[in-house]
Design a protein around this ligand. Sequence first.
Ligand SMILES: [Zn+2]
Length: 152
Amino acid sequence: MSRGVERAFKYRFYPNVEQASELARTFGCVRLVYNMALQARTEAWTLRQERVNKTEWHGRNLVVVDRWFPSSKLCSACGAHAERMPLHVRSWTCRCGRVHDRDVNAARNILAEGLSVIACGGGVRPQRESSRTGQSSAKQEPPGATQGIPVP
Ligand SMILES: [Zn+2]
């Protein structure tokens, strides 16, 4: 005897007062989170538009650096790339001997990246030590949602 597998089920649901209240509260919470995310996105877009308008007003260029650009991890003096840079590290010493304040170093790297984008276009970066030594300088993306899910 063969049994088929049902893929979908239809049920009528008549919630009592307590269940109806719980459903309304849950869906209300989801809607609240959605609205908060939408508001944050709208504000970010508005802020960016204000920056664009302001730079146009002053006759300047606005260069948006890639959000994954490792501004804190790069030595602004020699271009060496530190493997790890936890947020609590506020100053660090490069292999070249240069002592960096994290924020000042990041600002220098972002300025250099922006100037290189203006001069050469996007995706152009100066030679880093890793590319001279043969190590891959490819940007590593954070693990995706599929990582760790077993493949059948
Ligand atoms: Zn260095």
